[in-house]
Ligand binder design. Structure first.
Ligand code: NDP
Length: 463
């Protein structure tokens, strides 16, 4: 109730601010209503293809891990017959083993409902998000850290009392993924209706599939319940970690051991997500929350892609057998991988936190000196010292290093477990380019001045 009241206050605040909008803010609001060119992600054709091809790619890697000892399935020949046979085989696996079952639907929607319950009812600190176009700021309740630990207590207790088995997630992996794929479509259609009814659509192109992919409203809410923050931060992310644990339990059940590689991957991912919730407020200054609209790209990415593909390393390590046993790595190799992970993590965490802290308190020193920055016409400040004075996206560099460190425990027999490293590197390169373009639009000459002052993106002196 108080959350609803608070939100009304925030909305009132933005409405009253509306009376004294600056020219820049007025232009930002007007731009939202303009027809936008369908020029991202390969435009109309690219977004149409991505919508349908991505789930097929995931089924392909799943089938390779599940049925081919982790080696990528491929056509026996590149002839029409060979390609047809390959797709027929993939279709057979999907229809036989990934058919959506009632049990998978019950598991998933209980999970989704449980996480929604936690987001809505667990108390948390209230903070204002970053300024939106026009200057308004939405209020968020930060209860992710508490919800994460509640989940990590409730699930093992339920397993202990025999409510379900620890292997329930991996035992239902493929049918559950199909349930979530269908749900992502339905959910996106509901978002479209919601945005239309509330008149919240912005930056629309008028092309159905393009807008379906890019989204409709930026921050859709039902009362005080923020749908984008929920999908971005809850059901998918925690499910990813639990899926890893479920795979580890399966390895223990089948082979009587949990291999060092699986332990490493489980710990790495657990650490990443625990850190994410510990620094929960930083989510509010990310591009996904500030800039992106909420559509199929984020819905499918958050709900399906993250939990069902980010666990591929663990899945591979469970299914890929060398001489009939799980893969083993040496202690020396494990130390190398852990060192790489720590280095990547150090960069990722401190670069992101530095920007976040600066935005919250621009007066605070950066590396012991007063922060240097460019004051933009929009009123925000671009940090030009510390990590952000070395490169414009060292946070992505750290994240890319992390992504490869997560794959290395799988060693080099197959490309399948490197899916995450390859995907994530491409994602961050593309993201960097998109963010650059978005900042050019947002900041114009101020962004050009920042780029001149800090010319490199990822590695100083190189790229
Ligand atoms: P950033 O946190 O770098 O956010 C970019 C925004 O920050 C810009 O649009 C701009 O927005 C602001 N900004 C840019 N430069 C400066 C500066 N010098 N000073 C102050 N503000 C600046 O990127 P993302 O939101 O894309 O990602 C955040 C983290 O999350 C990254 O580490 C990324 O790798 C990670 N990530 C991980 C994913 C995963 O699946 N594991 C998926 C997506 C992201 P404005 O000025 O409007 O505030």
């Amino acid at each position: 109730m108080s959350a609803v009241r608070n939100r009304n206050n925030v909305e009132k605040q933005s409405t009253s601010n509306g009376a004294q909008l600056t020219e820049v803010q007025k232009k930002e609001l007007a731009d939202l209503k303009k027809v936008h060119p369908a020029n991202e992600f390969g435009g109309i054709i690219g977004t149409f293809l991505l919508t349908f091809i991505l789930p097929v790619v995931v089924y392909w890697i799943w089938a390779s891990i599940e049925f081919n000892n982790g080696y990528l399935l491929r056509p026996e020949s590149l002839s029409v017959e060979g390609i047809k046979a390959f797709f027929a085989q993939l279709y057979f696996y999907i229809i036989t083993y990934a058919y959506p079952t009632k049990q998978a639907a019950i598991i998933y929607f209980s999970w989704f409902g449980f996480q929604a319950f936690l987001q809505h009812f667990v108390p948390g600190r209230k903070v204002l998000g970053s300024p939106l176009p026009g200057g308004a700021r939405l209020e968020y309740t930060l209860n992710g850290w508490a919800s994460w630990w509640i989940t990590l207590i409730v699930i093992p207790v339920a397993v202990y009392f025999g409510l379900f088995k620890a292997t329930i997630l991996i035992d239902n992996y493929a049918p559950m993924m199909t349930v979530v794929n269908i749900w992502s479509f339905v959910f996106t259609f509901l978002l479209k209706i919601h945005a239309k009814l509330k008149g919240e659509e912005e930056r629309m192109s008028g092309y159905f599939f393009y807008d379906f992919w890019m989204g409709f409203a930026r921050n859709p809410r039902i009362g005080s319940f923020d749908l984008k923050l929920f999908c971005e931060a809850r059901p998918g992310l925690i499910l990813w970690v639990l899926m890893n644990f479920s795979i580890a339990a399966k390895q223990l059940e089948v082979y009587g051991e949990i291999s060092l590689s699986v332990i490493l991957v489980c710990c790495f991912h657990f650490w990443y997500i625990a850190d994410y919730y510990y620094h929960e407020e930083s989510i509010l200054t990310t591009m996904d929350i500030i800039t992106e609209k909420f559509g199929y790209m984020l819905v499918y990415g958050d709900l399906s892609w993250v939990p069902f593909t980010y666990c591929f390393q663990c899945y591979y390590l469970y299914k890929h057998l060398v001489n009939g046993a799980p893969l083993h790595i040496s202690i020396g190799y494990a130390i190398f991988v852990v060192s790489l992970k720590c280095f990547g993590f150090y960069l990722f965490r401190w670069v992101n936190s530095q920007k976040h802290d600066f935005r919250r308190n621009p007066e605070a020193p950066v590396w012991g000196k007063p922060a240097e920055f460019i004051l933009t016409k929009r009123g925000t400040k671009l940090l030009c010292s510390g990590f952000w004075g070395i490169c414009r996206h060292l946070n992505y560099t750290g994240d890319i290093i992390l992504s490869w460190a997560w794959c290395l425990p799988c060693q080099f027999d197959s490309l399948a477990p490197y899916f995450y490293g390859i995907y994530f590197t491409s994602l961050d390169l593309h993201r960097c380019w998109r963010d650059h373009n978005a900042c050019l639009v947002k900041y114009g000459d101020d962004w050009r001045a920042y780029c001149k002052r800090v010319p490199y993106n990822f590695i100083p002196g190189l790229v």
